[in-house]
Write a protein that binds this ligand. Structure first.
Ligand SMILES: [Mn+2]
Length: 281
């Protein structure tokens, strides 16, 4: 697998080469700096290294969870070198990567949202039935877009073909095409607002795909397709914390665009969400 070591690993994460012989359960961070299908504004390919950099402006200790990243087993395996690949090939590499750490909880830093498909392909083999929580202003539920069937605007449609629409939850969604809107009615949950999470999913494997544009552009402007009317950082964090005790098996954070984020607020928000979820799940 074409992995490039991170220049600056995520705070408190060790490089993969530093692992012990028997590492057991652990968390794996991997960057997927891919932005080939972005249709409006780019920059997401730069996110993995910038999110890592901003993680060092945070403390490794969290007063929210009362835990320290140093107390858990986290490896930063670097970036998957896929920027030159076609979307289908990139997705295959992500699937192979996630599949090659069968004992680990993966946290992927996009890159564009298309990366999620590779993670789902791998995890749906390991966990069945897999439920997918999409935290995103957009459904990304087109059948095809600009002639492409695998791209940022179709990714959740492709995911639905793997896990089933009845196992998809769209939260923070606040825009769609009319076709998408009709189709979304057969998904498990579609809600623009945070929800009280269904207790019937308590033991089910859950994957979280977090497009940073679920946040309101006033608090996360650094993203390609900002959509007004989103969640505050506190709402997002509270929602994630409400999943404590659920069986979350993996997560990605996509669509952060550092060139559109001069203050760094979007990148540091992504880093903080990553810290809290590392400590939570
Ligand atoms: Mn989006």
């Amino acid at each position: 697998m074409p992995l490039k070591p991170a220049k600056i690993p995520f705070i408190s994460a060790r490089k993969w080469e530093e692992r012990e012989a028997n590492i057991g359960d652990c968390k794996i961070i991997c960057g997927i700096p891919y932005e080939k299908t972005e249709s409006f504004r780019g920059g997401a390919g730069l996110a993995p290294s910038i999110i890592r950099e901003f993680s060092h402006s945070l403390e490794s200790y969290s007063i929210i969870s009362g835990r320290d990243l140093g107390d858990i087993n986290i490896f930063d395996v670097g970036d998957l070198d896929v920027s030159h690949l076609q979307p289908e090939e990139m997705v295959r590499e992500v699937e192979a990567l996630v599949g090659s750490f069968p004992f680990a909880f993966p946290i992927l830093f996009g890159g564009e949202h298309t990366i999620t498909l590779g993670a789902i392909r791998a995890l749906a083999k390991r966990f069945s039935p897999l439920y997918v929580i999409s935290l995103d202003a957009h459904p990304d539920f087109r059948s095809s877009y600009e002639g492409k069937t695998i791209c940022h605007a179709t990714v959740m449609k492709r995911v639905s073909e793997i896990v089933g629409k009845e196992r998809l939850l769209f939260l923070g969604l606040r825009t769609a095409t009319s076709e998408e809107w009709q189709e979304l009615k057969s998904c498990y949950i579609v809600s623009p607002q945070p929800i009280t999470f269904p207790s019937e999913l308590k033991d089910k494997p859950l994957y979280i795909s977090l497009d940073i544009d679920v946040l309101d552009p006033s608090c996360a402007p650094g993203t390609g397709n900002p959509e007004p009317g989103g969640w505050s950082f506190e709402e997002l964090l509270s929602f994630l914390l409400s999943l404590k005790g659920y069986n979350v098996v993996g997560l990605d954070i996509a669509e952060v665009s550092p060139p559109l984020d001069p203050s760094g607020i979007t990148s540091v928000s992504a880093a903080k969400i990553a810290r809290e979820t590392l400590l939570l799940f």
